[in-house]
Every structure is written in structure tokens, then in C-alpha cells.
Design a protein around this ligand. Sequence first.
Ligand code: PA5
Length: 470
Amino acid sequence: MPNDQLQVYWKNVLDSAVGAEHGLKETELDALTGRIARIVDDIEAQRKAGTLPYRDLPYREDLVQGVEAQTAVFKRGCENLVVLGIGGSALGNIALQTALRSPVYNLLPSAKRGGPRLFVIDNVDPVQFSAILDLLADQLDNTVFNVISKSGETAETASQFLIIRDMLIKRLGAEKAKRQIIAVTDPRSGTMRGIVDAEGYAALPVPDGVGGRFSVLSPVGLFSAAMCGIDIRELLAGAADMDKRVQARDLRKNPAAILAAVHWLMFNRGKKLHVMMPYACQLKDLSDWFRQLWAESLGKQKSLDGKEIFTGPTPIKALGTTDQHSQVQLYREGPNDKVITFLAVENFAMDVTIPDAPPSGQDMAYLKGHTMAQLINAEREATELALVASQRPCLRVVFPRINERTVGQFIYLYEMATSIAGALLNINTYDQPAVQLGKEYTYALMGRQGFEKMATELREQLRTDAAYLV
Ligand code: PA5
């Protein structure tokens, strides 16, 4: 589908565009070509050895069939789907829904939606949680709860699940409650797996070796997407299209390698803030998804050979045009420490033409006859050019249109860019040891058995010293 091919435009990171002080020389990229080819080879070798299973998700017919079978069962009569999950067990679901369903999907009547209303609760805010439960309280019969946790241990998801389970059993009885819950979790181990097996819930697997932030193309992201009418086969076909392109050994022919190399070279020059700025509301949650992927994968204390390096870029999400009126002043005149990636859309699915201005407002008449798509794209071009004029390096990822095919490509593109960037940084891209400590502190503070000593120490540290209260 050449018309639906995502493209990366990278000229505006070069010295020819933003000047020698802030731009890359072509020779810097030339110097990386051999290393990139070796990294691509290495990643392919890991994939063949079975140690990088996220790379094969576009082709896992077994997983797709499992999702389709459960969707057929759970979609019947379902008016509300509530996803309970956090981090990699929620961000992809939200991103797919925002990108590929109507912005007013949950407000549409049932027949127009083509699927249940979707609520993804990725927090334990008591007001948010209570409000959603109150809203659904008298619709439990037609509400499905999709609990997603690879480990089955995460306190946020565990607490949400316990509340829902208790409520369903009390209101509907144990047998009926069972039919309203579907879990996505590890197929063999973990607390959630134990509960699924003991209580007989329906379940789909988080495939072995696929970490949360690389799992959106597995049942983690696919079940809620399929329930809401997203064409998951087309999404995976898009990812497979990109898979072919990101295997290229030639840096300049591989869009993931270009993204990784440019960001890495810029990082080494002190441009450690990586902004993703879509000019389409539909893409805004994909930058949230990217934020986790980039931060959790690349922010590491140690290199692969055990040295302390405290490395990692800080990803930032912004939204055009909204954040032109909030962030661009800083991006143009503040420290030149960023790489800004614009997400551009060539053809929007809907458009609105701007009418003429009244005689009293002829200063607005220039807008007449233009469409909103023209305006948002003109603002994007204007902002990129203005940044380039201030020697700020910019990348652009171009979506011919937003659909399952291009979103699948985007996801796979950034997953592979992350793998390559992690290899350039010489770190373990796939672990998150620093998140674990926070999880353990939470267990301690919430009284989990085995964490008593830690709890005492933490409480001592938490004691408020009145001298410092103002
Ligand atoms: O990417 C990750 O590994 C994390 O963000 C996890 O997805 C997140 O912590 C939730 O973990 P789990 O799915 O085990 O509940």
C-alpha cells in the first residue's frame, strides 16, 4: 500500500538547515553506518533466537485468533468496556482508541459506535474511579471489565480488580460475575494467573518475553481495540509493512535507524530533550505512548558492561497547534537542548471550510475558503520553519492519513527505533529496575507481608518535621 506509507523527513536536523553549531554533518551519519548495520544484524539475530518476541507480534496468528474468539463472546450485548491497567498495560489501548475511533466515540449512540463505550482507568484516583463506577452501577449486566497485568502484582491494577470483583459478586452473584471479566496476563505465572485459574475467568496471554511497553500489538492492546471495532488485522499488517523497512542495514534507508541515530547523535551534543508534537488530536495519545517507551527503555543507570552512566533522553509530549500557545516560545528562544519531532497528517478524514468574514472583520477575510486541515498544516509548517530559523533541529513523521495501517507502522517504527537507540546507548532497553523499587515501597507502605522492615524505615523517613512546614 504505497499510498499509506509513513515517512520520516530528517533534513532539518542537518547543519545545512540549522547551522553548524546545532546541526549534524552528513559525515557524522556516515561514520555511524557500519555500527548501525551491525546493530540491525544483532537485533535480527536476537529475534531469530527468540529473545525479542515483540518483533514477531505482527505475525502471531494464534494470538489474533484468540482475541477474535474472545471478542465474539464478550461483544454480545456489551455496552461498556472498562480496561483496568497501567503503564504498558494501558497506554497503548488509549493511544489506539484515540487514533482510530471518533473523538466523540463514547458520546455516540450504541448503533453508531460499533462497539462498547471504552473507559481505560490507568490510575487509582478515588474520585475518578468512584465516578466511573457510579456511572456504570446500574449497567453492570452489559459492562465488561478487562483487567490487564502481565505481572499480576501491580498495586494499582490489583486494587481496581479487587474492588470490581467484589462489586460484581455482590451485585450479580459469583457465576454471573465471572462472565463480565476477562483478564490479559502471563499465561503461566503471577498472582493474576493464579486468580484466573482458581476462579475460572476468561483470559488472553501477554506473550512470553514481551514487556509492557512493547505489548500494544499483543492481546494487551488488541482486545479492547477489537471490541471497539478497530481492524486489528490491518493494524498488524501496517506493523508488518514497517517490519520490512526497519530491517534495512543502510542507515539512510531505514526509518527506525535514522530516528535512533539522529536522536543519539543529538543526545551526545547535549540535546537531551526529545519532543514529540503531533498536529492532530487523534495522534496525541500516541505521543504519550512514545513517552513511556522512550523513557522507560532508555533511562538507565548502568551500561551493559556494568558501568554507571546515568543515561537517557527525556521525552516530552506536546500538541499542535494547542502548545504553540504554551511551549513554542521556550522551544525557539530557550536553551537549544531539544529535538522536536512533528507528526504531520496529509489527509484528514474530515474537514471544515472556513466561511467569509463580516464587513467589520475584514482582517479575518484571508481565512475565507480555506479549510481547517489547511490551517492546521500551515501552522505546523510555519512552526517548523520558525524553529529551523532559530537553529532548532526538527524531525517530521508524515502520516498520509490516519488509519489502522499507518498507526501499525508508527508503533512498530518507534519500537524498533527504541531498540536501536538502546543499542547505541549500550544499555538494557527492556528492563525497568528503577520502577520496581517504587512498587516495593508501595507494598511496604500498604502493609504487604514480607515488607515489614522496609515499612518501618520508610515511615521514619516520612515523619513530617514541623520546622520545615510553612
Ligand atoms: O512497561 C512496563 O513494563 C510497565 O509500564 C508495566 O506495563 C506496568 O508497570 C504495569 O505492569 P503489569 O502489566 O505487570 O501490571
